[in-house]
Write a new protein. Structure first.
Length: 79
């Protein structure tokens, strides 16, 4: 009797974890940011995270996966 009960609980657990429970997904914000960075063109304007000035992507400097307008802003952001 106990073996039948354990078997039924096991089958229910198996069905729950493999078919019903939803798998975690990336948040929408993270996927939107990744899409924006992937679709940047050379003449797109982006904002410097340090000083807030807008500049073209091809004029920027990449550091820690962010675009900065100058090396001074990179040192300011890392300080």
């Amino acid at each position: 009797m106990i073996m039948k009960l354990l078997l039924i609980i096991g089958v229910i657990g198996f069905v729950y974890f493999f078919f019903i429970k939803k798998k975690p997904t990336l948040s929408k914000k993270n996927t939107d940011d990744a899409k924006k960075k992937a679709n940047l063109q050379a003449d797109d304007m982006i904002e410097c995270p340090s000083c807030g000035i807008f500049f073209e992507v091809d004029d920027g400097i990449i550091s820690t996966n962010k675009y900065y307008c100058s090396s001074e802003c990179i040192t300011k952001a890392n300080s």
